[in-house]
Design a protein around this ligand. Structure first.
Ligand SMILES: [Zn+2]
Length: 274
């Protein structure tokens, strides 16, 4: 089934990519909208409606990333996130923090150790619900585009975000097939691999292990790490909450990125796991 999906994605897409997730879900008898799936993921976190959350995203530019966005790329929310990660540029930070606090969360006095996850300085405020102990992380950095920090994550599998208009997957041909390129060279790499293996994903240290052809146009093909990508380059997967009058290139400001590894990235030997 995903192979069919892959074939659709492989075609050049000059307009917002709207793969019919409902069609993908038909075989399992499910027909959940993106909004329904988002609600199922956020409701255990005391967020009782998606409407104010989507309104907040529209007003502040906040996006949801991490496991929540990844779960939305699966057919039926194949797993549930342990926490929710919200990203917003500094001007929207107070409003997002207030929104989370309004749902009963309290700011944790000490922030979690995330140095290995991020290459850049990032402000992280961790909020915990005193009754359920659910966690929401509100994060901000000084980039000019909120999506920039997402392109610095440890793996392509988590380079996805939910914005006010819908879901965006930066590496869909890999992510929708539950594969990804591991970019982190840290002591936590094996922990990351284990976490995603448990969720049905395989993470690889070079693109050839993922299934890239031996020969590709280096720096041109969208799945070569040396290629400078752009949100508007038509290689992102986009699923909208509502049928939009506007083109994706109109509703999403563009941004470019290049993965922080060379194409022949295979220098990191897997370390022994005891
Ligand atoms: Zn290449």
């Amino acid at each position: 089934m995903l192979q069919t999906n892959f074939g659709k994605l492989s075609t050049r897409l000059d307009k917002p990519i709207k793969i019919d997730m409902a069609q993908l879900e038909t075989e399992q008898g499910e027909n959940l909208s993106l909004d329904d799936k988002l609600f199922a993921l956020i409701s255990p976190f005391h967020f009782t409606s998606t409407d104010p959350l989507r309104e907040l995203m529209r007003n502040t530019g906040m996006v949801i990333s991490g496991s929540t966005a990844l779960a939305l790329t699966t057919q039926n929310n194949d797993f549930f996130p342990n926490d929710i990660d919200l990203y917003v540029l500094p001007p929207g930070f107070p409003a997002v923090l207030q929104y989370v606090e309004d749902h009963g969360y309290k700011i944790e006095p000490s922030s979690r150790a995330t140095a290995n996850y991020y290459h850049q300085n990032i402000i992280i405020v961790k909020l915990t619900h005193p009754v359920s102990h659910k966690t929401v992380n509100v994060m901000s950095n000084l980039d000019s585009h909120v999506v920039k920090c997402i392109t610095r994550f440890h793996s392509t599998v988590v380079m996805n975000y939910v914005s006010w208009f819908g879901l965006v997957v930066l590496y869909p041909e890999w992510t929708l097939q539950k594969r990804g390129l591991l970019l982190a060279n840290t002591s936590t790499s094996n922990d990351i691999i284990t976490k995603y293996v448990n969720r049905g994903y395989s993470l690889h240290r070079n693109i050839f292990d993922i299934g890239a052809p031996n020969q590709h146009r280096c720096g041109i093909d969208p799945y070569c790490p040396s290629t400078t990508r752009s949100l508007h380059d038509s290689h992102c997967f986009i699923e909208l909450f509502e049928p939009a009058q506007d083109n994706f290139t109109t509703i999403q400001r563009d941004m470019t990125w290049t993965l922080p590894v060379p194409c022949s990235f295979d220098a990191i030997a897997p370390t022994a796991r005891n």
